[in-house]
Design a protein around this ligand. Structure first.
Ligand SMILES: C[S@@+](CC[C@H](N)C(=O)[O-])C[C@H]1O[C@@H](n2cnc3c(N)ncnc32)[C@H](O)[C@@H]1O
Length: 260
C-alpha cells in the first residue's frame, strides 16, 4: 500500500480565531487523529471526498463546529453529560467532531448503511471515544419511535441528509422538552424558511432566529437552523420509513394529523 501523506495540522491558528473557539492540545491531536483515521477508512469504505487540507479542516471540522461556538464558549461552561444524536452521520460528521469538542457529551450516531457505521465505530475506538458513543444502524424513522430514543436528547443534528422539512420530522421527535435540533444548511431563502416553519408547526416546535456564517477560504455560506419544541411532538411523527422523504410535511398540513 502507498505511504499515506503526513497528517496536516490546520493551516494556522487563524482557523480557530475565525471559528471563535480553540481546541485544547488534546482536542487538536484528536482532530489530527480523526483525519488520519478517515484517510485509513476512506480507502476501504467510500465515506467522503473531504479528507485532505481545507476539505477536512474547513469543510468537515469548521463546518461541523461553527453553530456550536455559543455553547462551546458559554460563560458558565458546557453542561456535563449532554445527550446528542447525529442522524445520517455517514462518515462520522458532524458527530465525531462534536464528540471531540464536547468531552463530557454522550453521542448517538445513526445511519442506515452498516459498512459506514462499522468504519465510524473503528475510528471512534481508535480515538478512545467509544465509551461515550452509541451507534444505531437503522433508518431514523425507526429511531424516532424507539423507546430509548424518542424524547431523550438534549441536542439532535443532521447535516446533508434530506430537505429541511424531512429532517425536521426526523429530529424533533427525538428531543427532550427543553432540547434543541440543529439543521445544517447551505443556501437558505424565504421559501425554505416558509416550508420549514410549516413542517415545524405540525411537529409542535418553533424555529429560532437563523444563524449565518461564511466559511473561511471562500468555501461558501452556511446556515444553522435551530428548532425547539413548543409542546409534545404528535405521536404520528416520524411517519413510517420512507414516508417523510416521499411526502414531506407541506405548507397547509394540519397540526392534528391523523393518528396524532
Ligand atoms: C450525504 S451523507 C451525509 C453524511 C454526513 N452527515 C456528512 O455531513 O458528511 C447522508 C447520510 O445519511 C444517511 N441517511 C439518509 N437518510 C437516512 C435515514 N432516513 N435514516 C438513516 N440514515 C439516513 C445516508 O445513509 C448517508 O450516509
Amino acid at each position: 500500500m502507498a505511504a499515506s501523506p503526513e497528517p496536516s495540522a490546520p493551516a494556522d491558528a487563524g482557523l480557530w480565531q475565525a471559528l471563535g473557539w480553540t481546541p485544547t492540545d488534546d482536542q487538536l491531536a484528536a482532530l489530527v487523529d480523526l483525519q488520519e483515521q478517515l484517510r485509513l477508512w476512506n480507502c476501504r469504505v467510500n465515506l467522503t471526498r473531504l479528507v485532505e487540507g481545507d476539505d477536512f479542516w474547513i469543510a468537515q471540522v469548521f463546518d461541523s463546529l461553527w453553530p456550536w461556538v455559543p455553547l462551546l464558549t458559554a460563560p458558565g461552561g458546557v453542561p456535563d453529560g449532554l445527550e446528542l444524536i447525529d442522524v445520517g452521520t455517514g462518515g462520522g460528521f458532524p458527530g465525531l467532531a462534536l464528540a471531540i469538542a464536547l468531552p463530557t457529551a454522550r453521542i448517538t450516531l445513526v445511519d442506515s448503511v452498516g459498512r459506514k457505521l462499522e468504519a465510524v465505530r473503528a475510528m471512534a475506538r481508535s480515538l478512545g471515544l467509544e465509551g461515550r458513543l452509541r451507534l444505531r444502524c437503522e433508518r431514523v424513522e425507526r429511531t424516532g419511535r424507539a423507546r430509548d430514543c424518542r424524547g431523550r436528547f438534549d441536542r439532535a443534528m443532521a447535516r446533508a441528509v434530506a430537505s429541511a422539512p424531512v429532517v425536521a420530522e426526523y429530529l424533533v421527535p427525538l428531543l427532550k422538552p427543553d432540547g434543541l435540533a440543529l439543521l445544517y444548511r447551505g443556501q437558505w431563502g424565504a421559501d425554505d424558511q416558509r416550508d420549514l416553519e410549516a413542517a415545524v408547526g405540525v411537529l409542535r416546535a418553533k424555529v429560532d432566529p437563523v444563524q449565518r456564517r461564511d466559511l473561511p477560504a471562500g468555501r461558501g455560506v452556511r446556515h444553522g437552523l435551530w428548532l425547539r419544541p413548543a409542546g409534545p411532538c404528535p405521536a404520528a411523527y416520524p411517519r413510517a420509513v420512507g414516508v417523510p422523504q416521499k411526502t414531506p410535511i407541506a405548507p397547509g398540513a394540519q397540526a392534528s394529523a391523523p393518528g396524532a
